[in-house]
Every structure is written in C-alpha cells, then in structure tokens.
Design a protein around this ligand. Sequence first.
Ligand code: NAD
Ligand code: IPM
Ligand code: MN
Length: 353
Amino acid sequence: MVIHNIAVIPGDGVGQEVVPESLKVLETLAEIHDGIKFEFTDFPWGCEYYLENGSMMPEHGMDNLKNFEQIFLGAVGDPRLVPDHISLWGLLIKIRRECEQVINLRPAKYIEGVKSPLANPKDFDFVIVRENSEGEYSEVGGTIHQGADEIAVQNAVFTRKAVERTVRYAFKLADSRNKKVTSATKSNGLIYSMPFWDKVFHEIGQEYTEINTETNHIDALSSFLVTKPASFDVIVGSNLFGDILTDIGAAIMGSIGIAPAANININGKYPSMFEPVHGSAPDIAGKEIANPIGQLWTAKMMLDHMGYDELGKLLLDTIEETIGAGVKTRDLGGTSSTREVVDEIVKRLKRRV
Ligand code: NAD
Ligand code: IPM
Ligand code: MN
C-alpha cells in the first residue's frame, strides 16, 4: 500500500465547502486504484485563524507543510475580516514563494454542456503558464506623504532566472501538446520589463525550432481570448498578466467555479499546491451552492502531477459526464447543491469499482 500524505487547507468562504466535498472524491478514486491511500491532514488556517492568533499560520507552519507530498488548498481571503494583502501574503503567496512553486499552470477548455458566454465558443483548449514567483507581485516599493501629495510606488521585478524557467516550461509543455506558444507582452508601454521578457522569449524560442511562436500585447491578447480562443495552445505570461488572463479563461469556460490551477514546484524540493482559480466567494459562502468542479478539476491536476494520469482522466471524464447529465450548480444554470454534484460524481465513480 502506498500512502500519500496530503496537507489540506480549506481556507476561507467556499473553500470550506468545496474542499471537504472534494476529499470524498479523492478517497473514492483511491478505492478504485488498488494499492494507494490518501492520508489527509487538515490545517485550519485562514482569516478566522488570524483573528484568533494574529497570523495566518503558526510560526512553524511552513516547516510543517514542507514535509507533505502535496498541498490541497481551497481559497484564502475574507476582506470583511482581514485586509486582503495581509491574508493573501500571510498564507497563499507565502506558500507559493517558500515552497518555490514558481509555475502556476491554469488550463481552460470548452466543456460540452456548459454554456459559454461566447456566441461561438467552438472547441478551445489552452493552458496558461503563469510566472508565479515575482514580476508585478513584488515587495519592492513604498508609500510617502499624505493627502494630496500621497504617492504609492510598486516596482515589478523580472529576473532572467525566473523568466527563462517560465518560458522554458511553456515551450516544453507546448512540445507535448499542439506546438504553439503565445507570449503575453506589453513592450509598447512598459519600457524595461517587457522588452526584457520578449528578448528571453525569443532566445528560448531558438532552442525549440519545431514550436510555433507568437507575441501579443496583453490588451490585444485579452480580446483574442474572447474572439478566437480556439487559436491558442500554450500562453505564457507574467504573474499579473497570467492572473488576469486566467480569469478570462475561466469566464469563457462558462464559470469561474470550474477553472482549475496548479502551483508547481519544479525542483522537487518542496510540495506543489493545488487550488482552483476562484477565490473564497464571500457572496455565496455558507449557502451550499458553490460549484465544486474547480476544486475537483484541481484534484485531477494533483493526480496527474503525482503520476496517476489514468485516475485524473477518469475524474475529468466523470465530471464532464455529470455536467452532461444536467447535475450542475446554479452558476452553470442548474439547481443542484455542492454536495449533490459531488454525490453524483462519487456515485458514477463507484459504479466502476
Ligand atoms: P471570487 O473568485 O471569490 O468570486 C468572484 C465571483 O465568482 C463571485 O460572484 C463568486 O460568487 C463567484 N464564484 C467564485 N467561486 C465560485 C464557485 N466555486 N462556484 C460558483 N461561483 C463562484 O473573487 P473575489 O470576489 O474577487 O475574491 C473574494 C476573496 O477571495 C478575496 O479575499 C480575494 O482576495 C480572494 N481570492 C483568493 C484566491 C485564492 O485563494 N486562490 C483567488 C481569488 C481571490
Ligand atoms: C489567484 C488570486 C491570487 C493571485 C490573489 C488572491 C492574491 O487572484 O490565485 O488567481 O493574484 O495570485
Ligand atoms: Mn486570480
């Protein structure tokens, strides 16, 4: 029996609903696959923890987390209780950085039976490779003065090391897919960071002559995701550009409630972390109507990452089947609760045991 130790952080809001439900599905999958077991360890870190303890995680929380194989996280943030920059930098971004999860992988795919807001969504299927360690998300900057003279400066940091590894990751991924990489730039407006990003993209591109490349400014690229999403394969972008593009990806899929993500540690030193694209959704939290599919698809990415591709495929096929059968939450136009969707998926999976 192979035991996989997974750290589980439900976090805030709907994270507390979709994570426990998703664990049921992972347990069912472990029953299907002989010889594996998931051992889940729950960490109750989030905004309520902060209110009680004055920090988002305990002092040695990171050391503890680093001993796990993978981290399965729901969502962090409740701006009614704790300012977002404190809660996110104290938990989500802290883990991404300290566990060196330098790549954020976010697929977007047309799903039969999910109504896209696009008039003609066709069969799009692309992956956004988001730089996950630096860029616009930097701690370099500050504020001075007060009142009418107040100034805030937020610097962006782009290192050759990080840009190269992100771009190379995108090329390798495209090599296993449809052999095209689109780079998100803004070299017409940002005069240092983006010309540098473009230069590195061009250099790495020379190593992958069989991969088609294109470079789009982020503004145009955002519109192309709406007008011709099927033309993309792998898209690579900086931390902020990747963040924004992935919400567009989620929107054209039909709901941010179904979009998955994976924060990948590429050196194998620390765990990777699997969390959906969506946040804690305070507007619907506690109503049991959150869509669990983003979290479940994220679990599929975790299974793939652990080498259980067949289980990952089975899970995604079952998700699509369940949607096809009309068992969906309200964001997808259905009437089912979070639990009803998960129970249907578990039922369908159990038929295969
Ligand atoms: P959000 O993703 O939480 O919500 C945006 C919209 O999408 C809301 O209308 C919400 O109801 C809907 N939505 C989100 N998840 C859904 C689901 N599973 N099913 C159905 N509908 C869903 O984004 P926001 O409102 O900008 O942020 C809320 C909080 O979450 C903030 O504190 C923010 O910083 C945080 N956040 C955290 C993460 C993360 O932990 N990975 C990601 C994004 C936002
Ligand atoms: C995401 C989120 C986070 C990010 C926020 C909550 C800091 O939007 O994971 O997409 O910008 O990375
Ligand atoms: Mn985001």
